[in-house]
Design a protein around this ligand. Structure first.
Ligand SMILES: [Zn+2]
Length: 193
């Protein structure tokens, strides 16, 4: 899900040394192309036209941190700060006034109006995805990964709602290795006694 993927562009968020994979505005645009929210040619044009890429990156990160606060509060069943809600509604109002629907075979799709080709337009689909998630029935399936350092958000679509890790391959295995190591240490301790 786009809004969750966006918040997950920081690794080990809860550790002392979080790693931000959006290290530049261009990296953000690469990510946006990869997520199909903009086309390569548009992204290249935006990168070229941006006079202050550092500030543009700051805006991207600001939105990401705002979404993280909103969605992780939802995961913890907490109320969000009014201030954050106001900021989000500001983003939403702007996004919604620029998003249109278009007809395609067998249905409709969202698109940004031709006039809104500025750098902000790349953020609109992310904002809309977050709003859709916040008002959806899936809200109570948002989880924060149980790894003490990871901090990634995910949707728990397991039937008994028992998924704990963002991914079994990374954090799930990390936990398994930790348990194995602890058991091993314990066994060794017992042998030495
Ligand atoms: Zn994780």
């Amino acid at each position: 899900m786009l809004s969750l993927d966006f918040t997950n562009t920081v690794d080990d968020r809860l550790s002392d040394q979080p790693t931000d994979s959006l290290t530049s505005y261009e990296r953000f645009l690469d990510w946006a192309v990869q997520k199909n929210i903009t086309e390569r040619a548009t992204a290249d044009k935006l990168a070229e036209a941006e006079t202050d890429p550092e500030q543009a990156l700051n805006r991207v990160r600001e939105l990401r941190e705002l979404l993280y606060r909103l969605l992780s509060a939802a995961a913890g069943k907490k109320r969000v700060a009014e201030e954050d809600l106001d900021s989000f509604n500001g983003y939403l109002a702007e996004a919604m006034s620029n998003i249109r629907i278009t007809q395609k075979d067998g249905g409709f799709d969202w698109y940004c109006c031709p006039g809104c080709s500025g750098s902000e337009s790349v953020l609109y689909p992310i904002v809309k995805s977050a709003a859709d998630l916040l008002v959806s029935a899936q809200l109570d399936r948002i989880r924060v990964c149980a790894d003490p350092q990871c901090g990634w958000l995910f949707l728990d679509s397991s039937r008994n709602r028992s998924r704990r890790w963002c991914s079994m391959e990374s954090c799930g295995n990390r936990a398994k290795a930790r348990r194995f190591y602890q058991r091993h240490q314990q066994n060794q301790g017992e042998q030495e006694l």
